[in-house]
Write a protein that binds this ligand. Structure first.
Ligand SMILES: Nc1ncnc2c1ncn2[C@@H]1O[C@H](COP(=O)(O)OP(=O)(O)OP(=O)(O)O)[C@@H](O)[C@H]1O
Ligand SMILES: [Mg+2]
Length: 231
């Protein structure tokens, strides 16, 4: 058994809302090994996005910890972790190429070098003829591929994906899933992928983790415990 790359240990996260405290995650533990394609599935509101945000260091836990390569996560670290969200969140005034290159620009990579790196991704992304198109000129699937390209461009070993195909129609979704599997096979990344779709989870993953909302209303903190288990 490989040494885990991501270790989530007894995480708890509580949000303060206008109607009181809400326990989004309680006592969630999970280990992900290098180059695993681990899919997290579960009903709406069970805390999948919260878990991903905690792994990515975007949210601070109330209890427990997340460690990556043995180091405790205390904030976002783009050198280790890239994120893709359900909404591609592209800059409308940038071309596909310059959107893909954005993370490299943040890192201070010179323009020619970052454009070369982004251009190298266009082929695998199926966007070779669309480098200079703006997001409004792309289909929904293409926009998602640009967003995934932007995450891959920074070449972090871990990619967290929160329902990246959630807004796509079923057929495009299946094609994008097949495409992503090809990318994952070549790029050798560790992927943690959130979806609502059991079919998508089973088609893509080396492992499926099911998060369950225990009986009770999600808005009732006392009954809002969550757990994760592997299929
Ligand atoms: N910033 C926040 N402030 C208050 N409550 C929040 C916040 N983020 C999430 N929550 C609550 O935490 C719970 C878990 O939310 P989360 O977004 O993680 O669920 P999810 O499993 O990703 O759901 P979905 O499948 O609908 O995306 C929900 O009850 C939600 O209302
Ligand atoms: Mg979510």
């Amino acid at each position: 058994m490989a040494v885990p790359q991501i270790v989530v240990d007894r995480l708890a996260k509580r949000f303060v809302t206008s109607s009181g405290a809400l326990l989004a995650l309680d006592d969630v533990s999970l280990s992900v090994t290098p180059r695993e394609f681990c899919t997290i599935i579960g009903p709406s509101g069970c805390g999948k996005s919260t878990l991903l945000a905690l792994i990515g260091g975007l949210v601070v836990p109330d209890a427990g910890s997340v460690a990556i390569d043995g180091a405790r996560v205390s904030g976002p670290d783009p050198r280790r972790v890239a994120m893709v969200f359900q909404d591609p969140g592209l800059f409308p005034w940038r071309t596909a190429l310059d959107n893909i290159a954005f993370g490299l620009e943040l890192r201070g990579v010179p323009r020619a070098e970052r454009r070369r790196a982004a251009a190298d991704l266009l082929g695998p992304l199926g966007l070779r003829d669309f480098a200079l198109r703006y997001p409004r000129e792309l289909s929904g699937g293409m926009r998602q591929r640009v967003a995934i390209g932007r995450a891959l461009a920074i070449d972090a070993p871990i990619v967290l994906m929160d329902e990246p195909f959630g807004a796509l129609d079923e057929q495009t979704r299946v094609l994008m899933g097949e495409w992503l599997l090809g990318v994952w096979t070549r790029a050798r990344k560790t992927v943690v992928f959130v979806t609502h779709s059991l079919a998508e989870a089973l088609a893509l993953s080396t492992r499926v983790v099911v998060m369950t909302a225990r009986p009770g209303s999600p808005s009732a903190p006392s009954s809002g415990r969550r757990s994760a288990r592997s299929l």
